[in-house]
Design a protein around this ligand. Structure first.
Ligand SMILES: Nc1nc2c([nH]c(=O)n2[C@@H]2O[C@H](COP(=O)(O)OP(=O)(O)OP(=O)(O)O)[C@@H](O)[C@H]2O)c(=O)[nH]1
Length: 330
């Protein structure tokens, strides 16, 4: 007997407290159609016609698999659990603009699930995932001027208003005014700012691992950390009682699974940088000898980068002067 479930792209579902964001499946079409073929939902969405023809649900779902495989857009089902059953709550999607390092976020929630923070929970998660994992620096979104609820969602998850615009709404049969929003890394998922005027010094040890070809290892900050999505030198904060070398040996083992000796850590330069909540003091070491093959043990992406290519990787501002020094060294 053929497998009744058609293959869906290998997207690892994103979890939130109450929902799962997963690739849409062909069998979601009847539920998707029922939820979106609702005037109160469709009239807020730019690209959704009303009435919504049933075959369009199949076409849309199939198109999401193509765009996901191409790395151009991720349109996901928001699903929840009711007893033993999985229920479709709505959809959330992010679409990259091929011309710029930007992407657009959109979402809708079935009317039965309104009023419980579902949009903020799902859209917030996809926004953070996008900034942490896609080659983008900002995410944009828009909402109809009269759609105060959607604007509140965008503000709640970290978007800032960036102006007014106009957009064609298929369901409304013409152009309508919209409020435009934008979110950058520094707007999203950053720790709360220190309330006091005095900033504590944050001591972080970092290391430029250099391989036999003169390439430098960069690691991408994973989702959940401040500045997720930026590339950095492996390392981390000093624990109480640790020397910078002790901290690096520990961090390089925890993050990359490699063993390094103190004698192989050569002090190279340091960064002194005012952040919003603290002042970062970061000694940078260079290391050419270690044991083991570096692996992203905390789910972080790694890249071996030629010195002349280092500046094409977006990095925290504190690292920028260090990159110039490293290029001179190598
Ligand atoms: N490791 C590392 N941290 C950097 C670099 N540049 C830079 O500004 N930082 C900052 O230094 C701090 C390091 O914190 P972290 O969160 O990575 O430290 P950690 O590994 O001890 O993390 P944890 O507190 O989650 O356990 C962050 O604020 C980070 O943004 C860099 O090149 N490497």
């Amino acid at each position: 007997m053929p497998d009744p479930r058609p293959p869906t792209p290998g997207f690892e579902p994103l979890r939130t407290e109450r929902f799962r964001l997963r690739a849409l499946r062909a069998e979601d079409a009847p539920d998707l159609h029922r939820l979106v073929n609702d005037w109160d939902v469709a009239k807020m969405l730019a690209r959704v016609p009303f009435p919504y023809p049933r075959p369009l649900a199949d076409e849309f779902i199939a198109s999401t698999h193509v765009s996901m495989a191409a790395g151009s857009a991720w349109h996901l089902a928001i699903t929840g659990q009711e007893g033993e059953s999985e229920v479709l709550v709505g959809c959330v999607g992010i679409t990259r603009d091929p011309e710029s390092r930007a992407a657009e976020l959109g979402y809708w929630i079935g009317r039965r699930f309104w009023g419980h923070g579902a949009a903020s929970e799902a859209a917030g998660r996809l926004l953070r995932w996008s900034l942490a994992n896609l080659p983008i620096d900002r995410v944009v979104a828009s909402a109809l001027l009269e759609n105060a609820a959607s604007q509140a969602v965008l503000r709640r998850i970290g978007f800032r208003e960036s102006g007014m615009g106009e957009r064609e709404f298929v369901s409304l049969g013409g152009a309508r005014p919209v409020r435009l929003f934008e979110a950058r890394r520094e707007d999203v998922g950053a720790p709360a700012l220190a309330a006091s005027g005095q900033k504590p010094i944050l001591l972080v040890a970092a290391c430029a691992l250099i391989d036999a070809d003169g390439r430098v290892l960069l690691a991408r900050r994973p989702e959940g950390k401040a500045m997720a999505g930026l590339w950095e030198f492996p390392g981390g904060k000093l624990h109480a009682g640790e020397t910078p070398e002790d901290a690096l040996i520990r961090e390089l083992h925890e993050e990359l699974g490699i063993e390094v000796q103190t004698a192989c850590l050569a002090p190279f330069a340091f960064a002194s940088h005012a952040d919003a909540a603290f002042h970062l003091l970061m000694p940078l070491y260079v290391c050419r000898r270690w044991t083991g093959r570096p692996q992203g043990r905390e789910g972080q992406a790694l890249a071996w980068v030629r010195p002349e290519k280092l500046s094409t990787y977006p990095m925290p501002p504190a690292d920028v002067p260090l990159v110039a020094l490293l290029r001179d060294l190598l």
